[in-house]
Design a protein around this ligand. Structure first.
Ligand code: GLN
Length: 454
């Protein structure tokens, strides 16, 4: 895999940092275990993985795609990183991303965009475009992403790979640099549902270091994927969310989705249409809640505690050093979100914006609850369009935000959701994804359906 990265990553730019020495040392340790007859630490011992650059890695650069954290070396491992290491997973390096995970195309990285291996003139999705592109380019067989509004599922969809957002609280956020804490969730990326399930079980589970971590058994996703692979969905009720269609959806994406639904029916599933009327308001609610939380979370980058510090010459006050550093270190999208969020949280506007958005969030959660009384899983296209061209939406933030239209409701409600490849669009020959959503703590249900479908 290191050789493959050397061959293709100049063109793809999935990685921000390749840790060849660390990877080889980890691989040799697993070899040593096997040579001496010791049981490998997990089924994934020795398997290489690409880690999104938003998860802390002790002594290995962690930039979040931002100049602010250029050259920052975390003094500790995120819980996800630690669990990977303990399982013998070989971390190849850190993958490119939109700055602080804000974006849908990886074009907001301060270190230049990642290119979609299917067509290098196109975006690989975002914010975790590097992780998904590394899978599609065969630079790594496994990757980790994080999903605040779709950043695992949307890149999976447009690169023809699998991406899973586990139930909120299913995977520890300790050491995951916070964007929007009530929405952020790390999860597995892979080229098959079965591989994603194995990785899911390595990283999931209660962590006392994260106060929102769920203290309950990890859903049996590996067993569910095995069961699904038998290809029998008799007795499984699948709901088609009728709000996820119409204007803004490419006809090729909708045709692929119809074919996917027909296949689920052919596998024995009972398919019904369900309505989630408040999903229409998910996007505006998200773009108040996520910037609000980001404006608070990113206050920690104050030029004193981490990374970049400019104008530290004795002629500038601490306040000037702080504001000049933030001016130099943050890109335009991050600044836009901080300003939006600060505005939405300010007194006088709080109730009108943030308060209203939180009420919409409750309505969306109720829509899901009502739908899951009728069906076991919900399905939709993962993204309204296939991969768009690099540069096409950079000057139009609202057009960029639309890429996450179908993925955002599951973050607001905290339930589980995944994207599985659904073939190529008959319109442009590019990958399309099928989104499968399950109730909180029932991640196994979507793995069963995903494995049967793939
Ligand atoms: N595209 C969405 C945003 O820009 C989601 C990003 C994410 O999931 N991290 O906020």
């Amino acid at each position: 895999h290191l050789d493959r990265i050397g061959e293709v990553d100049g063109a793809v730019h999935a990685f921000l940092h390749v840790d060849a020495d660390g990877a080889l040392a980890a691989a040799r340790a697993v070899d040593g275990d096997i040579a001496e007859g010791r049981q490998p630490a997990s089924p994934l011992a020795g398997v290489p993985l690409a880690l999104k650059d938003v998860l802390a890695t002790e002594g290995v650069p962690t930039t979040c795609g931002s100049r602010t954290l250029e050259n920052w070396l975390p003094p500790y491992d995120a819980t996800v990183t630690r669990r990977l290491r303990e399982a013998g997973v070989v971390i190849l390096g850190k993958t490119n991303m939109d700055e602080f995970a804000m974006g849908s195309s990886t074009e907001n990285s301060a270190y230049g965009p990642t290119r979609n291996p299917w067509d290098r003139e196109r975006i690989p999705g975002g914010s975790g475009g590097g992780s998904s592109a590394s899978l599609a380019a065969f630079e790594a067989p496994l990757a980790i992403g994080t999903d605040t509004g779709g950043s695992i599922r949307q890149p999976a969809s447009v690169t023809g790979t699998v991406g899973v957002k586990p139930t909120y609280g299913g995977v520890s956020r300790y050491g995951l640099v916070a964007f929007s804490s009530s929405l952020d969730q790390a999860g597995p990326c892979a080229r098959s549902v079965a591989d994603a399930a194995l990785l899911h079980e390595v990283i999931a589970g209660h962590d006392p270091m994260d106060s929102t971590s769920i203290n309950a058994p990890v859903p049996p996703v590996v067993a569910a994927a095995r069961e699904g692979a038998l290809g029998d969905l008799k007795g499984v009720r699948v709901g088609v969310v009728k709000e996820f269609a119409g204007e803004g959806y490419q006809p090729g994406v909708l045709r692929s989705f119809e074919a996917a639904v027909a296949q689920l029916r052919a596998l024995g599933a009972e398919v019904v249409e369900v309505s989630c009327p408040n999903f229409t308001y998910a996007m505006p609610a998200y773009y108040l809640i996520a910037p609000s939380e980001c404006s608070s979370n990113l206050a920690r980058f104050d030029a004193m505690r981490y990374g970049l510090r400019v104008a530290d010459d004795g002629d500038h006050s601490a306040e000037e050093v702080m504001s000049l550093t933030r001016e130099a270190g943050f890109g335009p999208e991050v600044k836009r979100r901080i300003m939006l969020g600060t505005y939405a949280l300010s007194s006088g506007y709080y109730d009108a914006y943030y308060g209203s958005a939180q009420k919409v969030r409750t309505l969306i959660t109720r829509d899901f609850a009502a739908a899951f009384e009728q069906v076991d899983v919900l399905v939709s296209p993962t993204t309204p369009t296939t991969a768009f061209k690099i540069g096409e939406r950079v000057d139009d933030p609202l057009a960029m935000y639309l890429a996450d239209l179908c993925t955002i409701p599951s973050n607001l409600a905290g339930n589980a959701a995944m994207s599985v490849p659904s073939g190529l669009s008959d319109e442009d020959g590019l990958p399309v994804g099928l989104q499968i959503m399950a109730p909180a703590l029932a991640d196994d249900r979507m793995y069963k359906v995903g494995a049967a479908y793939e």
